[in-house]
Design a protein around this ligand. Structure first.
Ligand code: AMP
Ligand code: MG
Length: 337
């Protein structure tokens, strides 16, 4: 199969929508990361998504909508709190887990009786959903386990020849995947995966916001997992990622003692002084780090890095999303200084 590169013209989006209606899969930009889009209600199409990515069958896909009217058609029940969150954060990078209706096939929900729903804000994603006339299942458009794609080039690198087309919409603005939440009661929610919409943002609407323990800790054998994606090795480049937590001086001193052939540093902007090895910088604040992290991890691989010592980001606000991706990229190998 030859993967066609499409632009954001109306004609190209109509072509992409026609392919989705026919059960093909197409890469699409969203404000978070590039997604691998298929008709959420067509099990044959969704199967192609799992095959193209090499994704484990029990890791459910997020279903994307462009209009509020689609929501009650896909889920059994919409709590009042979900409507209030949607009013505040949709369209945008928030995914809500709700009880699914039968029109969502089991393959889409990874066998669960719930489904994650999101209304993206990216104009290309919204137009594609509308033109397709259906809800669109879309996981991140990387090979399973690898860092998510934030450009069409990343996605082409991973899936060229495995999918029908990719729509090039430039670089993603947010850079990390959506915040995923589930509902605990009429007034409380639980964050299963942190994202650009932070705990503090959500607290403006929900009385209680719980951070799931899987966000910062490795899932232990036999432990109940609320979000299957948290079980798997994730976001990992080929290079071995080591997360180093401490002051910049302590970081420099540590990596100076661990210089090996093809080791790289990944630090904040403005911290380049005195590094004993080649480096990349990934931004000066959490929002910039979210936007640049996956591209930097991929560039380390392009350079042939064997080990990447990453200066740990903050753990609050958007930083929690960046930290969550990095501890998984590092396989929970964290050096505390
Ligand atoms: P990705 O598609 O790569 O952005 O990953 C989707 C994430 O959402 C994974 O971590 C899934 O486990 C999570 N997710 C999707 N649907 C559900 C669901 N019904 N219940 C719990 N987590 C979900
Ligand atoms: Mg993913």
């Amino acid at each position: 199969m030859k993967t066609v590169l499409l632009s954001d013209t109306e004609a190209d989006l109509e072509q992409a929508a026609a392919w989705i209606q026919k059960g093909e899969v197409v890469g699409m930009p969203t404000e978070t990361v590039y997604g691998l889009a298929a008709d959420a209600c067509n099990p044959e199409a969704v199967k192609k998504v799992f095959v193209a990515k090499g994704r484990p069958a029990d890791n459910p896909l997020i279903v994307h909508i462009s209009e509020m009217e689609q929501l009650p058609l896909l889920v059994e029940f919409v709590p009042d709190l979900a409507y209030r969150l949607a009013e505040r954060f949709w369209p945008g990078p928030l995914t809500m887990i709700l009880p699914k209706k039968a029109c969502i096939p089991a393959i889409t929900s990874g066998g669960l009786d719930t489904v994650g729903i999101r209304m993206p804000s990216h104009p290309i994603a919204r137009r594609l959903i509308t033109l397709s006339g259906t809800a669109i299942a879309a996981p991140s458009g990387n090979r399973s386990g690898y860092p998510s794609p934030t450009t069409a080039a990343h996605m082409l690198h991973d899936l060229n020849g495995r999918i029908t087309a990719i729509i090039d919409g430039g670089a993603c603005q947010v850079g990390v995947e959506s915040t995923v939440i589930c509902f605990e009661s009429a007034t409380s929610i639980r964050i299963l995966r942190p994202g650009y919409i932070t705990k503090e943002d959500l607290e403006q609407v929900a009385k209680t916001v719980i951070l799931d323990s899987a966000i910062l800790h490795e899932i232990q054998a036999g432990q109940m997992v609320r979000s299957p994606g948290m079980k798997y090795q994730h976001y990992s480049p080929k290079a071995n990622v080591i997360l180093v937590e401490g002051s910049y001086a302590a970081y420099c001193s540590y990596i100076s003692q661990h210089v090996t052939p093809h080791s790289y540093a990944l630090v904040f902007d403005g911290e380049e002084a005195g590094l004993p090895m080649p480096y990349f910088t990934y931004g000066k604040n959490s929002a910039e780090q979210a936007k640049q992290l996956f591209d930097c991890l991929r560039r380390c691989d392009e350079e042939g890095a064997v080990t990447v010592y990453v200066r740990a980001p903050e753990r609050n606000g958007i930083g929690l999303a960046v930290y969550n991706r990095l501890i998984r990229a590092a396989g929970f190998e964290v050096i505390q200084l």
